[in-house]
Design a binder for this molecule. Structure first.
Ligand SMILES: Nc1nc2c(c(=O)[nH]1)N[C@H]1C(S)=C(S)[C@@H](COP(=O)(O)OP(=O)(O)OC[C@H]3O[C@@H](n4cnc5c(=O)[nH]c(N)nc54)[C@H](O)[C@@H]3O)O[C@H]1N2
Ligand SMILES: Nc1nc2c(c(=O)[nH]1)N[C@H]1C(S)=C(S)[C@@H](COP(=O)(O)OP(=O)(O)OC[C@H]3O[C@@H](n4cnc5c(=O)[nH]c(N)nc54)[C@H](O)[C@@H]3O)O[C@H]1N2
Ligand SMILES: [Mo]
Length: 758
């Protein structure tokens, strides 16, 4: 809640020289080979590689530089000169590596050989691909079908992902949870419930036409920095930006375009947010209700004075349901309750509400700050309520914009990596492949972790990711993971999940998207889907990190051939030799989304899959867009209590999820360590602590389990009282597996109830 927005903690604006310095450091850490600069230059452009980092779209009218600091970091990290070969294991045991930090594991470099764990020596050793596939297949065949999970992190392209889902289903289950089960599953379920679309409704052109952007719990400066370019342009044409975030995130305060020589030389900053509202963690329902109250009051006033209405009466009547109940709640909720629950003043909410009213076209942007709460789906429904009031969905320059994480996280769901059977055209799969697809729903991540804990789950295949590190209740997770009969991880780099091998355990190293993928019919391209539902091709050009690597698709096919009953329709070898055949299958399975797929995949900006809600066709139960009346004012599963804080688990600017690139979170002024707890002055004082003191955080989730994270340095930060922050993934030991969004089971990682002790 600031008038002149300033970030007391940041060393400078987002972008600018800081981002170049940060890149130079990573380049010197990774010793990239020749050609990497060319790859970065061509990134996210037709004929180049689509970034392996986030899912931000690739504009058709691309700029000279269509990459960001983090995309370049991810590229340098994939193309590092460092190698983690079999000789590494003659020096280190798995037990020893468990004391290593995520950063140190990442620095060992690219994995070069398929590896099998040997319990006797407590080391991994090289194994041939044939032996690995044969042994994995034999174990899978011996296990009950429902005891095996096929997890995917959002990296792998659409082709490998489609075959991976087919592998699970022909093996015999729908156990296909994905990283989005910890991320935007709240969107897939919650947004779908209210507008009939599991994904956002805006496209690139809308960004260029919007008059206002409302940001709720999304941090573009660190997590989708290319977003700052259209935001900068929006500001330059007079659009307004309003941010709701407990943390003053630098990317939402000001930006120096590192790719604009004039900006760089003059240090010209573009201020981003016009209003910055530091909402309490979990307080967005109340905050948005406040905005809606401003809109309704203005509308009442217009009506009384015979002026044009503020709400879009015609749109509401034709396209929505639930309006009356919602408005009843808006009217009956008093400002006192709104201020208390949001932590924001009525005056600040009025200023933000005025911006909403004055804007003809508004885009509502959100991220993990809304989805990772116990009432995350209601948070999202509230954003939709706000947008619906003025018809801001299904119109140019307006809409709902959830910003996705991994580069192909949205696309993997599109092509069948989903645990919910109702999302899958099973009849088409049956016809195409002549088998009976499993009919029971598969497991979410939360249920998979609980299945591990109870011993029901006996094997995990991971297509990318680092699930042991990414999920809640990490200590229990490490124990249960290692108790499985089989763990198979398709990976590029060593990570903590590899250090808890099952009774039989394999690490299968794959190509990065930048690397040349040579198969029997020649060099292959792969495709991914971005946050705006556009599908683009990537063709890797770099020499693979090792001659022993296989593509993700070839690895999936290898496991499938060894574990799934032979069937003349399952031509895994043909698909591996020519990925365009897989794209034909995807088109046959999803004809509406992938028409002329092979012909269109190199189209600049990608081809659009379409979205009914964008056309105001509402595929909801009610056939209309839904106003939701919340039954509470915060998104929490617990009440406030003395000594209890709401812990947000945060990302630094120097990490991609569990991959830690370094110890510099320069936008937040935190250098050299990640072992910190961020607290405001008032909280430090009232807890009787001093800045710099080392403390332990304890979970205050009322299930009787002791969860502790020791060794954190109290660090002063500008935050609302009662809201504190620590880094993910380190803080995952504090998150309880039963603490998740009610509707979608997304872990509630943004308001974890904790106590602090010296
Ligand atoms: N550099 C980098 N880029 C990434 C990633 C990364 O780790 N590093 N991860 C990728 C992935 S998988 C994802 S999903 C996205 C994640 O990107 P984001 O969606 O931006 O996720 P976070 O950074 O976890 O949290 C977003 C913001 O929510 C705020 N917040 C916390 N609690 C609340 C709340 O209750 N209300 C509100 N209004 N705000 C709140 C936090 O202060 C933070 O600024 O980024 C992707 N891109
Ligand atoms: N407390 C807390 N927990 C969270 C979150 C939070 O904000 N707070 N965020 C959640 C979110 S949004 C997400 S998405 C999850 C992330 O969970 P995951 O997706 O499981 O984790 P990542 O860190 O993205 O996975 C990194 C690993 O993927 C492998 N990898 C990298 N590139 C490739 C590739 O091209 N192919 C293959 N096969 N493997 C590759 C590497 O071995 C690397 O170590 O974590 C969730 N957990
Ligand atoms: Mo994510």
């Amino acid at each position: 809640m600031t008038d002149a927005i300033a970030n007391p903690e940041s060393e400078g604006p987002a972008g600018g020289w800081g981002s170049l310095t940060s890149l130079a450091r990573i380049a010197s850490d990774t010793h990239p080979p020749a050609g990497v600069v060319e790859d970065i230059w061509r990134m996210n452009k037709p004929g180049g590689v689509m970034c392996v980092s986030c899912a931000w779209p690739k504009p058709a009218n691309y700029r000279a530089f269509e990459f960001c600091e983090n995309g370049a970091k991810a590229t340098l990290s994939d193309l590092t000169g460092a190698r983690c070969g079999p000789e590494f294991w003659s020096v280190h045991t798995v037990a020893e590596l468990r004391s290593w930090k995520d950063y140190d594991l990442e620095q060992t470099g690219r994995l070069t050989h398929p590896l099998r764990y040997d319990a006797e020596t407590d080391r991994y050793a090289a194994v041939s691909w044939e032996d690995a596939f044969a042994d994995i297949g034999a174990t899978l065949k011996s296990l009950p079908r429902d005891s095996v999970v096929f997890y995917a992190s959002g990296h792998a392209g659409l082709e490998a992902s489609y075959l991976y889902a087919l592998l699970a289903r022909t093996y015999g289950n729908n156990n296909l949870p994905q990283s989005s089960n910890m991320c935007h599953e709240t969107t897939s379920v919650g947004l779908n419930k209210v507008i009939g679309s599991p994904v956002g409704t805006v496209v690139w052109d809308d960004l260029e036409k919007a008059d206002a952007f409302f940001f709720f719990g999304q941090n573009p400066g660190s997590n989708s920095p290319r977003f700052l370019h259209p935001l900068q342009e929006a500001k330059q044409r007079g659009a307004k930006i309003v941010t709701f975030n407990p943390v003053v995130e630098q990317g939402l305060v000001s930006f120096v375009n590192p790719q604009n020589p004039f900006d760089m030389l003059t240090g010209r900053e573009t201020p981003i947010s016009d209003e910055y509202l530091q909402v309490r963690a979990g307080g967005d329902i109340a905050a948005i209700l406040g905005l809606c109250k401003v809109v309704i009051e203005a509308d009442d006033d217009a009506l009384a004075r015979n002026l044009p209405r503020i709400i879009d009466v015609a749109f509401i009547a034709e396209h929505t349901t639930g309006f009356d109940d919602f408005i009843e709640l808006v009217r009956s909720t008093d400002w006192h309750a709104i201020e208390r629950e949001s932590g924001l003043s009525q005056a600040a909410l009025r200023r933000a509400g005025e911006i909403y009213i004055e804007a003809e076209r508004v885009i509502g942007v959100y991220g993990m700050g809304l989805t990772q709460h116990s009432q995350g789906a209601i948070n999202i429904a509230m954003v939709v309520n706000l947008l619906l009031l003025r018809g801001n969905i299904g119109r140019e320059g307006a809409g709902c914009c959830p910003v996705r994480g991994h580069s192909n996280v949205q696309g993997q769901r599109t092509v069948g990596i989903a645990e919910k059977t109702k999302l899958i055209p099973m009849d088409r799969l049956k016809t195409l492949f002549d088998f009976d697809p499993p009919t029971e729903d598969g497991t979410t991540i939360v249920d998979a972790v609980k299945g591990l804990m109870s011993g029901k789950i006996k094997a995990f295949i991971s297509l990318g990711g680092n699930l042991v590190r990414a999920t809640p209740d990490q200590e229990a997770m490490e124990r249960c993971w290692a108790a499985q009969d089989l763990t198979v991880m398709v990976s590029t780099k060593l990570n903590r999940s590899h250090l808890f091998p099952g009774k039989s355990a394999y690490i299968l190293p794959c190509l990065s998207r930048f690397e040349r993928d040579e198969q029997a019919t020649g060099v292959q391209s792969v495709t991914t889907e971005d946050s705006f539902s556009h599908i683009s091709a990537s063709t890797g050009k770099r020499t693979p990190a090792s001659e022993h690597l296989k593509s993700e698709l070839a690895i999936v096919a290898g496991i499938a051939k060894a574990s799934v009953a032979a069937n003349p329709r399952l031509t895994w070898d043909d698909w591996t030799s020519d990925y365009s055949l897989v794209r034909d299958l995807i088109e046959a399975t999803y004809p509406g989304d992938f028409k002329a797929y092979n012909a269109r995949m190199f189209q600049p900006g990608g081809f659009y899959r379409g979205n009914a809600a964008r056309e105001r066709v509402w595929k909801t139960e009610q056939g209309k867009a839904v106003f939701t009346t919340p039954d509470r004012l915060n998104a929490l599963a617990f009440a406030d209590a003395p000594g209890r804080y709401r812990l947000m688990t945060l990302r630094s600017n120097d990490q991609f999820n569990t991959t830690i690139y370094g110890y510099s979170d320069r936008f937040r002024g935190i250098e050299g360590t990640r072992d910190v707890v961020l607290m405001c002055d008032d909280d430090i004082r009232s807890a009787g602590l001093t800045e710099g003191q080392i403390v332990t955080l304890f979970s205050d989730f009322e299930d009787g389990v002791r969860r502790a994270l020791p060794g954190l340095r109290v660090t002063r930060h500008t935050l609302p009282p009662g809201t504190i922050g620590a880094y993910y993934p380190e803080a995952n030991v504090l998150v309880a597996i039963d603490h998740h969004d009610e509707m979608s089971k997304t872990p509630a990682s943004k308001a974890v109830p904790v106590r602090i002790e010296p």
